[in-house]
Structures are given as structure tokens and as C-alpha cells.
Design a protein around this ligand. Structure first.
Ligand SMILES: *Cc1c(COP(=O)(O)O)cnc(C)c1O
Length: 377
């Protein structure tokens, strides 16, 4: 199989005459054969040529049989969590993205589905599985604490109890981690983040190698309707071609910034994938080919976090991640504001933890911006 960047750039090779980029088909409906039967495309919600091109490209990144493009990451998650029915239980890692947490705390209870949060999924045992457990839903590394869970072990355990494993792979993307190859049944991603990569697009992806699950997800696109538009499909399939290049650069910036912050006397601690324990460091190095470009840190007690944020000139103070511009946020007050105090404590998200999403700007400018703001705070 060709390498990652070759696959992504040539996924549609030969599909559109000799055009190096595909056309955008905006038609809402397609004329059908009057003698009966169905044309290749029927109505845009079900499928359309440009979304199919995006899905072909997304499947190629993942090395997956099937990929589906949604209007947002949450629409992708909705179709996967919609597999659960009344009486089912789901085991969820903690922390998870705030939107995934809202699904567990607000939406699933309405449907009669119970969620059990397990803060350290590496401690998952047979005891956690009742007959009602139908799914394990996890993020690794976690947002924003960068804890690492061993996908292969969790998948083996879940499968021995007849439960599906879903991994939200937004933070590492298939460029750095491919959960389907590690035993996961489904992956979801917010393509708003690294796949889109330029802060100008909301999108989501579900991928799987299981034909039956794929048919159910395709059906849910038609039923729930949260599909990616042709124009955004085109934007996504163009933007994603530079994913590998962007992440190489973002990871290089991240390594240098992390090293600089670790040396700084006013930085209390820096958190990145694998930094929690030797065990997690081993798992991370075995199941992923890089740490990605999100890390977190805390300032020492004498520093005022809000004053630090006000001094930043290059880093933007905003939620989201994965774009070419560097952003910083306070998860306890922003992305994870929906958490109950109890669950936030269980998830170990400190009040003043800063989450950093590193972009592709010049390394020196980013380090200078952070150190200047820390010193001035
Ligand atoms: C942003 C995000 C989502 C939600 O994606 P949207 O595109 O904003 O709907 C889901 N999971 C993770 C880990 C995210 O960071």
C-alpha cells in the first residue's frame, strides 16, 4: 500500500477525467430512470458525488473500507451513539470532549441509556461489563489531560463481552494513530480540527471496516440528516491533503515549546501524551507514531492566569484546535464548562489548566510569545 501522503493526495486519481481536483456537484436531486430502478445518485441527503469524493479520501487516510462525512463532529458522534437503545449501557472514558460528555449526561438518559464513566480505562476489567454494556467509547489522548488508554487491550476485553469499541480520534488523526488497526470497531473525528485544519470549516467523520455497521451509519445519515454539504466536502478533501505536512510542523513546534516551558521557573507542570506514567508512555509509543500538537500546562501559584492570557499576542484565546494558527484555552471554564463539579474533579481537570493547540507559525515567535506573557503576568 502507498504511504500516507501519497494515498491522501491520489485517493481520487482517475475518478474525474484527468482533472487534478474534482468538480463540486451542488445538485439537491438527480433525475431518475423513468422505466424504474434507481440512478447512482438520487437525493443529496442520501449521497452526492462531492461528498462521495470526500468520503473516498477520508477512507484512504484511515485505510478503512468505509468512511462517512457529517456536517460536524457532533453529528458524526450522534450517529454512532444512536446505535444504543433503551436498556443499553455504555462505558465512557473520562475526561471526554465536552460535547461527548453532554451526550452522556443529557441525551443518552432521555433514551434510556446509562453511562458509566471510567476515569482510567487501563484499569478496565471483566467486572465492568454487565450484559447490558454494548459499547466502550473513548478518547486517547484525552482532552484536555492527555491521558493515554491502550486501545488493543480495551478492544479485546470489550469484544469478549460482545461490546463495540468506538474511539474519538480527533486529537491524533489517522496520520498518527489508526484505532481500527488496533481493534476498534468505529472511529469518529471532528474534521473541524486537524483534517480541515484552517479554521474555516465544520465537519465530522465516521469510519469502519464492518459492512453491517457501515450500512447502519449510512442509514443514520439519511434519517438524522446531519450530512456534509458539497462545498464543505470539497473544502475538506482539499484541506486534508496537507494534513501530514501540517502535523509534522505542528509536532516539531510542540516539542520545542514543551522543552522551553519545562525549563521555565514559573511553569508548575507540563502535560503531554505519556507524561502521566511510564505505562502510558509505553502505550503511547506503541500505538501512535507521534504525540500530536496539543499539550497542557499550569503556571506556578504566584502567576495570574488571566493576566498571562491578556499578554499573549500570537496565541489566540479561543476554543478549538488543529488549525494552522496557535490557540490557547482554559478547559475548566470553556470546553469542559458543562461538567458537573464532581465529574470535573473525577476527570482531574484543574481550574487553571491551560490547553495549548500549536499551529504552524515560526517556533521562535511562539516561544517568545509564551515566555514574555508568563514573565509579565
Ligand atoms: C471538537 C471536538 C468534537 C466535536 O466536533 P465538532 O466538529 O465541533 O462538532 C468531538 N470530539 C473532540 C475530541 C473534539 O475536539
Amino acid at each position: 500500500m502507498p504511504g500516507f501522503n501519497t494515498r491522501v493526495i491520489h485517493a481520487l486519481h482517475g475518478n474525474h477525467l484527468d482533472a487534478v481536483v474534482p468538480p463540486i456537484h451542488t445538485a439537491s436531486t438527480f433525475l431518475q430512470p423513468t422505466e424504474g430502478g434507481e440512478g447512482e445518485f438520487e437525493y443529496q441527503r442520501g449521497s452526492n458525488p462531492t461528498r462521495t469524493d470526500a468520503e473516498t479520501t477520508l477512507a484512504a487516510l484511515e485505510g478503512a473500507e468505509h468512511a462517512f462525512a457529517f456536517s460536524t463532529g457532533m453529528a458524526a458522534t450522534a450517529s454512532v451513539l444512536g446505535l444504543l437503545a433503551s436498556g443499553d449501557e455504555v462505558i465512557m472514558g473520562l475526561p471526554v470532549y465536552g460535547g461527548n460528555y453532554r451526550w452522556a449526561s443529557i441525551e443518552l438518559p432521555k433514551r434510556g441509556v446509562t453511562t458509566t464513566f471510567v476515569p482510567d480505562l487501563n484499569q478496565l476489567t471483566d467486572e465492568h461489563f454487565t450484559d447490558a454494556v454494548k459499547m466502550v467509547f473513548l478518547e486517547t489522548p484525552t482532552n484536555p489531560t492527555l491521558r493515554v488508554a491502550e486501545i488493543r487491550r480495551i478492544a479485546d476485553l470489550a469484544h469478549s463481552h460482545g461490546a463495540l469499541v468506538v474511539v474519538d480520534n480527533t486529537f491524533l488523526t489517522p496520520y498518527l494513530q489508526r484505532p481500527l488497526e488496533l481493534g476498534a470497531d468505529l472511529t469518529v473525528q471532528s474534521a473541524t480540527k486537524y483534517l480541515g485544519g484552517h479554521g474555516d470549516l465544520l465537519a465530522g467523520v465516521v469510519a469502519t471496516n464492518d459492512d453491517d455497521l457501515a450500512a447502519t451509519v449510512a442509514q443514520s445519515q439519511v434519517i438524522l440528516g446531519g450530512v456534509l454539504s458539497p462545498i464543505d466536502s470539497y473544502r475538506l478533501l482539499q484541506n486534508v491533503k496537507t494534513l501530514g505536512l501540517r502535523l509534522d510542523r505542528q509536532q516539531e513546534n510542540t516539542r520545542k515549546i514543551v522543552a522551553a516551558l519545562r525549563e521555565h521557573p514559573s511553569v508548575a507542570r507540563v502535560v503531554e501524551p505519556g507524561s502521566f506514567s511510564d505505562q502510558e508512555a509505553r502505550i503511547q509509543s506503541e500505538q501512535a507514531t507521534g504525540n500530536g500538537a496539543v499539550f497542557a500546562f499550569e503556571l506556578t501559584q504566584d502567576k495570574d492566569v488571566r493576566a498571562f492570557l491578556a499578554e499573549l499576542k500570537v496565541f489566540g484565546f479561543a476554543v478549538s484546535l488543529g488549525g494552522i494558527e496557535s490557540l490557547i484555552c482554559l478547559p475548566a471554564h470553556m470546553t469542559h464548562g458543562a461538567y458537573s463539579d464532581e465529574d470535573r474533579a473525577l476527570a482531574q481537570i484543574p481550574e487553571n489548566l491551560l490547553r495549548v493547540a500549536v499551529g504552524i507559525e515560526e517556533t521562535e515567535d511562539l516561544i517568545e510569545d509564551l515566555t514574555h506573557a508568563i514573565d509579565a503576568a
